[in-house]
Design a protein around this ligand. Sequence first.
Ligand code: SF4
Length: 273
Amino acid sequence: MLQFNNVFEVLTLLDKSNCRKCGEKTCMAFAASVFKGQKEINVCPLVSSEIASKYGGQKKKTDVYEDDLQNAISKMRADLKEVDFEAVAERIGALFDGEKLTLKIMGKDFSIDREGNVYTDIHVNSWILVSTFNYIFHCKGVPVQQCWVPFRELPSGRDGFPLFVRQCEDPLKRLADKYPDLLIDMVDLFSGGQVSDQYESDIAVILSPLPLVPMLICYWRADDGIPSSLNVFFDATAEHNISIEGLRLLGTGITQMFEKLALLHGVAGTHSA
Ligand code: SF4
């Protein structure tokens, strides 16, 4: 497949009628989406089949990211063979039965064997799987202090904070805005706990994505012209038990899980899920 070198190369192949059938307001906006890998050129119905086959199938950026995650998972699965499960079990808050290591992810059993095969009823996406591997490799077993800090105030959190906001806090806030019962539903579903007196928030919940890596989510509803907001806090000890990258991926994975559940159940119905 031929690759585009700039947006204008895409634009020259389009009808330029700005008809909006592709879902974009202008052909230029569509061209930019194609160039960034967010859409394929054949989404425009006015592109000929010849051009579509010549330039189609350009890999989307999200797929590239998913490929990176899959590569990381493959490497971590190989590294797992070197881990002494018996020795790490107690340190990471897991049980070892001679074959599988079992720990709680969001309150549910998650087991893994030495080959990296996973046994669980919970839907574990690639982000959560990578961060769980990271936890198994990295965890020093430092007890939780119940001292909450935002991601950016963790020792190595400053650089990755904007990405954490984009991939975790912002989409979680949009979900909470759309589904007011979201956080309470997640507490019910994932054995979390609702807490009060947390930074004067309207809703505050504590979840346990990994045994020694709890997260506190605080949500402030829109009020009197002031927009809503949502912040995620981690225990001050978090980086002793998972790397900062693992923590960011964990936040992303939990957010993706919530988004999927919200789509599947409309969230309002998840009390009975
Ligand atoms: S459908 Fe094609 S021609 Fe119409 S606005 Fe989109 S890119 Fe332009």
